[in-house]
Write a protein that binds this ligand. Structure first.
Ligand SMILES: Nc1ncnc2c1ncn2[C@@H]1O[C@H](COP(=O)(O)OP(=O)(O)OP(=O)(O)O)[C@@H](O)[C@H]1O
Length: 640
């Protein structure tokens, strides 16, 4: 194996080397604990399959669960891999979509649910007459985080491994299984735990090579190691009582960690602002993450709120790249190389230009690699076809995340918010309570060096005086602020897609010069800036489609966007006390929102031309985030 690309990568241990050097047709199952170097070993395994076992990059398929994991693996492959850097790494969902787009391109698969697509792809893979030919070339499948492979995705992989004669390297940690509500049927949820492991062992009974990794490399201090002793407890939680006990024991362990302290105290605040170490604040629910983000914002601490994996944003630098030469319809490789160094920072910019160029060519199906057709790039943006490397959140030194979303990640310092005691209801499942215990275990095994407890002040907690004032609104699935009175509505979460995607700012419902508003978004708007939604009209009285009123998003003096129909529909449903009730009293302003980032939007070409923004139909739009707070007119009933 060549040593060059691995000079800055840790050497393999004997246990890791045995996995890496298995033959290409071996069927390998690796179980390993948190921080045991599973991902590190997989990267070296993939490189060995190409360099030592002679597989072509197209013979290997690397499947992972989340986009975060795709990004992590690709990043490590491009940093440490040599020939393997071009191996296909994708999520189960993207891979299923690719199969369906190939065999039934006339169907609008994007509009179908993830689960439906997975089920359809399983049928295609099982049918040798329909399966795409390139599946025959598959010689090795690599799967990371296999403990989360449940339900429809598990069936897809079982069918793949039964139907194709290929080797595999499958890696997982049963102690970190937090698949949550991926499986909706409660009975199914209980039997899914460990089901894929059991299937592998029984189906490949004679051929399966079972290996394990036993040493932890992540945690370099005693405190960072503190949760690791719970690994076997986490693997063994099967009954409700086990799961409850495991959760309480982990909480007790957390209680012995030092409290991080009050972040408004200057020296504690400053320690969160240092950029040369990475810190994560981890909590149980997204509602809590929103409140903590608000608290940090008020204390003037820059941070990033971790988005859901499926919530993607196209970075602003793509808009700059596409509009660099007025009227140009293609972008040549040489011109790309000239422009790339001066493009603004953002998702994907940490990649080298060669990698970004390849990704752009792949997204526009440009095989020769000499130029990129900008209309096709616009279509790729509009159809959501850009790869995760260009749309995932860029790295940040301070991340606020739920336990679930922190899976597979590591940080120098981790601050864990105590999730509180589980109050088990009679219809709670052991699988769900175990899921909560394992989620806390995942959180507590993320630090490299420091692990603290964090106790947010009462205002940054969802419960006040015993009332759950911040909770998920059942009708919209958004986090919302409620009041002590049942009818009170005090705020709603903003999501990606809440700013109208069809019209650039200034060209629809609000006044302004679209060209100068684009300049404002480009050069005078930054992540973390406060923004406000201001009501601009009255409720839409169409009985078919009940929408809340229109809102403009303002950044200082400038109206930089308008609320989308989806936001207005959700607002209407949220304000309805019951299905027959027609809300009349609408918030005048919605505050406590911030700019997450400015993103590239592919909207209607005619709208762009009309606004003087060129022919491509691509422009910049703000993406607000936060748990909005409603302000009503004082004269109106239900004022705040
Ligand atoms: N042989 C090794 N020597 C030194 N460091 C190593 C070795 N193997 C892995 N590491 C380091 O240990 C850390 C954890 O590795 P990795 O992320 O691959 O673990 P993991 O098993 O995938 O973790 P988790 O399941 O908890 O997300 C990384 O910083 C990695 O560089």
């Amino acid at each position: 194996m060549t040593a060059g690309p691995y000079l800055d990568s840790p050497p393999l241990t004997e246990e890791q080397r045995v996995i890496v050097e298995q033959p290409a047709d071996a069927m390998v199952l690796v179980t390993a604990g948190a921080g045991a170097g599973k991902t590190h070993t997989l990267v070296r395994r993939v490189e060995s399959l190409v360099s030592d076992e002679g597989l072509a990059t197209g013979d290997i398929l690397v499947l992972t669960f989340s986009r975060a994991a795709v990004r992590e693996l690709r990043e490590r492959l491009s940093r440490h891999g040599d020939r393997s850097r071009h191996v296909r790494v994708t999520t189960f969902d993207s891979w299923a979509l690719e199969i369906l787009n190939e065999v039934a391109a006339d169907i609008e698969w994007k509009t179908r649910s993830f689960d439906e697509r997975i089920r359809e792809a399983t049928k295609v893979v099982a049918d040798e007459n329909r399966a795409p030919e390139w599946l025959d070339e598959l010689r090795h499948v690599v799967i990371d985080e296999v403990q989360d492979l449940v339900g429809d995705r598990r069936e897809l992989i079982e069918v793949l491994l039964e139907s194709y004669d290929c080797g595999f390297t499958i890696v997982g940690d049963p102690a970190q299984a937090i698949y949550g509500y991926q499986v909706t049927d409660p009975d199914e949820r209980t039997i899914e735990t460990n089901r894929f492991f059991d299937w592998l062992r029984s189906y490949f009974v004679d051929d399966l090579v079972e290996l394990s990794l036993t040493r932890n490399f992540r945690a370099s201090t005693e405190e960072a190691c503190s949760a690791l002793s719970f690994e076997s407890t986490m693997r063994g939680c099967r009954t409700l009582a086990d799961a409850e006990r495991a959760h309480e024991e982990l909480r007790l362990e957390l209680a012995t960690r030092m409290d991080f302290g009050d972040i408004t105290v200057p020296f504690i605040r400053d320690s969160l602002c240092v950029t040369d170490i990475t810190t994560a604040v981890l909590c149980r629910t997204n509602g809590e993450a929103l409140l903590i983000s608000e608290w940090l914002h008020d204390a003037g601490i820059p941070h990033q709120l971790r988005r859901a994996a499926q919530d993607r944003a196209v970075p602003a630098w793509l808009n700059e790249l596409m509009h660099a030469d007025q009227g140009a319809l293609t972008l040549a490789r040489q011109r790309f190389d000239e422009l790339y160094p001066s493009l603004p920072a953002g998702a994907g910019r940490e990649n080298d230009p060669e990698r970004v160029w390849r990704l752009l060519c792949a997204s526009t199906r440009e095989r020769a690699g000499r130029s990129v057709d900008l209309s096709r790039l616009r279509e790729a943006i509009s159809a959501g076809r850009l790869p995760d490397e260009l749309t995932a959140q860029p790295p940040h030194h301070l991340v606020i995340s739920t336990f679930h979303r922190a899976k597979g990640l590591e940080f120098d310092r981790v601050l864990v918010v105590d999730p509180g005691q589980i109050t088990v209801e009679k219809d709670d499942l052991s699988a769900d309570v175990a899921d909560r215990a394992r989620a806390l275990y995942v959180a507590m095994t993320r630090p490299r060096k420091e692990l603290y407890r964090l106790e947010p002040p009462p205002g940054a907690r969802p419960v006040e005086n015993g009332f759950r004032l911040v909770r998920k609104d059942r009708r919209t699935g958004r986090w919302a602020r409620f009041g002590y009175q049942y009818w009170k509505r005090s705020g709603l979460e903003l999501l990606g897609g809440d700013i109208h995607p069809h019209h650039p700012a200034g060209s629809h419902q609000i006044d302004g010069d679209p060209v100068s508003l684009q300049e404002h978004l480009r050069s005078r708007t930054a992540p973390g800036d406060s923004v406000v939604l201001e009501r601009i009209d009255d409720v839409h009285e169409d009985h078919e489609e009940r929408l809340g009123p229109g809102y403009a998003l303002t950044h200082g003096e400038h109206a930089v966007g308008v609320a989308s129909e989806r936001f207005r529909r959700d607002l209407y449903r949220h304000m309805q006390q019951s299905r027959s009730y027609q809300p009349r009293n609408w918030p005048r302003r919605i505050t406590d929102l911030r700019i997450d980032n400015v993103e590239t939007i592919a909207g209607e070409r005619a709208a762009a031309v009309h606004a003087g923004l060129g022919e491509l139909g691509v422009w910049l739009a703000p993406r607000p985030v936060g748990l909005g707070r409603f302000h009503y007119d004082r004269t109106e009933k239900g004022k705040d």
